[in-house]
Ligand binder design. Structure first.
Ligand SMILES: *[C@@H]1O[C@H](CO)[C@@H](O)[C@H](O)[C@H]1NC(C)=O
Ligand SMILES: *[C@@H]1O[C@H](CO)[C@@H](O)[C@H](O)[C@H]1NC(C)=O
Ligand SMILES: *[C@@H]1O[C@H](CO)[C@@H](O)[C@H](O)[C@H]1NC(C)=O
Length: 354
């Protein structure tokens, strides 16, 4: 199928065709001409979040809808390979070292629809990562409708990424990961990254937090995962405005969590659907945990046994059979349940009769 024929179709037909293409084919086609790129923009092609990693590996990736299989990868490698072609993105050329399964050349773009389900991989030179990522993202943003970025940065490489992150394309960030479990995140770096990327969905912080870390800066994210929380004060936990918070290595004991529950019962933390806390290898002391709270044990007549929770893509099912239930002053029902090493506080969305 030649590109000329594609452009002669009515937009609706053209849209259907390009929407059914794989990402690598879309990327190739977009390089045919300016006119083609403009048409593709009108076709409103949607795409899963574009994942970008910088650090021990430098990659651009896209996963399938259930986030379980990588379907597209541009990897920036350190070991040199012969240049086999060039990718023309955002009017600049980036060397291509090798491409799996596909013919790739801007002079003679061949489009074919392979039913082959293998992941499509493009290898590039790691020296071109910083420059490449900005132009590739800018180009993808011209092709795809409502592009969303999931960015993972190792703190040790942040100094080299600082300038690049100033580019406005990073404002398309939905999700941000602070990577580097042996690094410490300072308030300054945290503020810098949050300001440049402004993640809309959520953040994960794998690194440690500096002793003076300002937790108030992160409490509003709808999805919040911090496996190394450190000494966050109870007052900050009470100010949590997340829907789903997954906190680890924290200092909260039964007595603190009891205070948090009382605070929730009074009608605060309205958005909260799930608070998952690690550190409970042993069964918690229920008497302290539920002090002065009127609760009931799980009862099959009242509600379902399983709670389903979706963090981003992957869904988790929590068995509530051994949980304790209580309501807030607005009648909203919550279950607190202990499983493996976690204490899970789950707020039910369905309405249950009182
Ligand atoms: C994603 O890929 C995995 C593995 O091939 C597959 O099991 C899953 O069904 C796929 N999800 C979607 C939404 O296609
Ligand atoms: C991370 O990105 C920077 C800036 O683009 C780049 O110079 C560096 O090679 C990348 N990887 C590492 C490991 O620093
Ligand atoms: C972090 O440090 C631990 C202990 O020194 C080590 O086992 C681990 O591999 C380190 N992780 C990384 C990503 O360097």
């Amino acid at each position: 199928m030649s590109s000329i024929k594609l452009l002669s179709f009515p937009l609706l037909v053209f849209s259907e065709i390009v929407r059914s293409m794989e990402i690598i084919e879309i990327l190739e086609l977009s390089q045919v001409s300016r006119r083609m790129l403009n048409f593709m923009n009108l076709a409103r092609i949607s795409v899963e979040p574009i994942h970008i990693l910088n650090g021990s590996v430098d990659k651009i990736m896209v996963f399938n809808k259930s986030n379980t299989k990588r379907v597209f990868l541009i990897e920036f490698l350190k070991t040199p390979q012969p240049v086999v072609g060039q990718m023309k993105v955002n009017n600049v050329c980036i060397d291509v070292w090798s491409v799996s399964n596909h013919f790739f050349s801007t002079k003679e773009t061949v489009y074919y629809s392979s039913k082959d389900t293998a992941e499509k991989v493009i290898n590039c030179n790691s020296n071109q990562f910083g420059y490449g990522v900005v132009h590739i993202l800018t180009h993808l943003d011209k092709i795809f409708y409502r592009m969303d970025i999931a960015l993972g940065i190792e703190l040790s490489t942040l100094s080299t990424m600082r300038g690049i992150l100033c580019h406005s394309v990073f404002k398309k960030c939905g999700y941000l990961q602070f990577r580097g479990e042996n690094e410490t995140l300072s308030n300054e770096d945290c503020e810098y990254l949050l300001e440049k990327t402004q993640p809309t969905r959520g953040i994960t912080i794998f690194s440690e937090l500096s002793p003076d870390f300002n937790y108030k800066k992160i409490l509003h994210f709808s999805r919040l995962r911090v496996p190394n929380l450190g000494k966050m004060p109870l007052e900050d936990l009470k100010a949590l405005d997340s829907e789903i918070a997954n906190l680890g290595n924290h200092q909260f004991k039964e007595v603190d969590i009891n205070k948090f529950f009382h605070h929730w019962i009074e009608g605060y933390n309205k958005k909260l659907r799930r608070l998952k806390l690690d550190g409970f290898k042993e069964t918690p002391d229920w008497d302290i945990l539920l002090k002065d709270i009127v609760y009931t044990e799980w009862n099959s007549n009242e509600k379902g046994r399983y709670y389903k929770s979706k963090y981003t893509h992957t869904e988790e099912t929590i068995d509530c059979e051994n949980g304790r239930d209580f309501r807030n002053k607005n009648g909203q029902l919550a279950t607190v349940v202990h499983h493996s090493e976690y204490l899970d506080f789950l707020v039910w969305q369905e309405k249950f009769p009182e």
